[in-house]
Design a protein around this ligand. Structure first.
Ligand SMILES: *Cc1c(COP(=O)(O)O)cnc(C)c1O
Length: 394
């Protein structure tokens, strides 16, 4: 017998609502923050330096620069790569607004291209079709934590002399063909926003192997002021500073880095839990015809940030409402950028311009996936999804 949905006054799967995401902050993070607050240095200082060093060590990149958001990191990457007025940057529409907005704030134009039907990542074949003399950079996004096809993307960048700035907000743990994300292209940007796999409340990190880009981003992150540059260009000493670019203000402070230091130490442990939940979901949903499971190509490590399924025929927005009534939080990543009013008005996009992105955008659904979930929470999500999908079969 099919159980009656909570939406139709049936009994809900859970009494206590399971939020879509909850951070997992331990006593270690709390103690470190308190230690920082009791000391003399609360803004960017020794703990941020240590966090940068340990993050670079974890990723295996030469350099890491802590920033107060991935959004700011994208701006630094774009600016340091010379993206400016009149330029074009090719990116995916299946992403967060920050990617397009930061391109626009540089005075450049975001050029969307369609996505692959399995990974929902930017399609390299489409990238090639959209390169013009104005194209300056590529901004791929590792959707949900599945690495983009970086061999193809880097080959295109090389052929056309383009910079690559990767959005790795979902991809802190991701590996592409044996190379950790964050070590491959010019600049890679990570997010430590509250919902991300590693959080500092708000925050981010930029990695690069290029000393010039690293230096430039460091200067840009603090008003464009440079003691180092001053030292290089003058003999007058270090108390002075010079503004050598119209910079930004996006440094991460030591209070936030205190959290990050301990989150980083737990990242493997968190990942293990995410992976176990992921596998349980795959096993539970694998037999359901209505649901398309997340893809995993060979020779990659998935970052396992979002467990995003496609609903083939049932109305996605209705499923979110039904899940909510059952006591389960769900989310949408993403409503394709070309469907939002601003980009439609400004760039004249139509829904049919990016067929795969439109298709996925209408059907995609993210389920709760975080280490704080208990086995019971996981089973509740499975029960609720099955109940809702089965109710539609009759
Ligand atoms: C979260 C997210 C961002 C923005 O990160 P912030 O740290 O909040 O600026 C950018 N891109 C993607 C794909 C994201 O998911």
């Amino acid at each position: 017998m099919v159980k009656r949905l909570a939406l139709s006054r049936g009994r809900s799967v859970r009494k206590k609502f399971l939020p879509f995401c909850r951070p997992l902050i331990g006593q270690e993070e709390i103690d470190e923050v308190v230690d920082t607050l009791k000391g003399d240095w609360i803004t960017t200082g020794p703990k941020t330096k240590r966090f940068e060093k340990e993050f670079a060590g974890y990723i295996g990149s030469r350099f890491a620069l802590a920033v107060n958001s991935a959004t700011a990191g994208l701006t630094l990457g774009l600016a340091a790569c010379g993206v400016g007025s009149g330029d074009e940057v090719i990116t995916t529409p299946m992403t967060f607004a920050a990617c397009a907005n930061e391109i626009i704030h540089r005075g450049a134009r975001p050029v969307f291209v369609d996505i692959e039907g399995d990974t929902y990542n930017i399609d390299p074949v489409e990238i090639k079709k959209h390169i013009t003399p104005k194209t300056k950079a590529l901004l791929p996004v590792h959707f949900a934590g599945h690495p983009c096809d970086m061999d193809e993307i880097c080959a295109i960048a090389k052929e056309y002399n383009l910079k690559v700035i990767e959005d790795a907000a979902h991809a802190t743990e991701s590996v592409y063909h044996g190379q950790k994300i964050g070590t491959i292209s010019d600049v890679t940007v990570f997010s430590f926003y509250a919902t991300k796999n590693l959080t500092t409340g708000e925050g981010g990190m930029v990695t690069t192997n290029d000393p010039d880009l690293f230096e430039k981003m460091g200067i840009l992150s603090l008003h464009g002021m440079s003691n180092d540059a001053y030292k290089r260009y003058s003999e007058e000493g270090t108390a002075h500073y010079e503004v050598i670019y119209p910079g930004f203000k996006c440094n991460l402070n030591d209070i936030q880095s205190s959290i990050g230091l301990h989150q980083l130490q737990k990242i493997a442990q968190f990942y293990e839990r995410r992976e176990a939940i992921w596998k349980r979901y795959n096993q539970a949903f694998g037999q359901i015809e209505e649901i398309k499971l997340p893809t995993e190509r060979p020779n990659i490590v998935h970052g396992r940030h979002l467990y995003a399924i496609l609903l083939k025929s049932i109305d996605r927005d209705w499923v979110i409402e039904a899940l909510k009534a059952e006591g389960i939080g769900a989310s949408i990543h993403f409503i394709s950028l070309h469907l939002h009013p601003y980009y439609q008005k400004t760039f004249g996009f139509k829904k049919e311009d990016f067929k795969m992105a439109s298709y996925v955008s209408d059907r995609i659904l993210s389920l709760p996936l975080y280490p704080k979930m208990t086995d019971e929470d996981v089973e509740d999500v499975i029960r609720a999804v099955k109940k809702i999908v089965e109710s539609r079969k009759c």
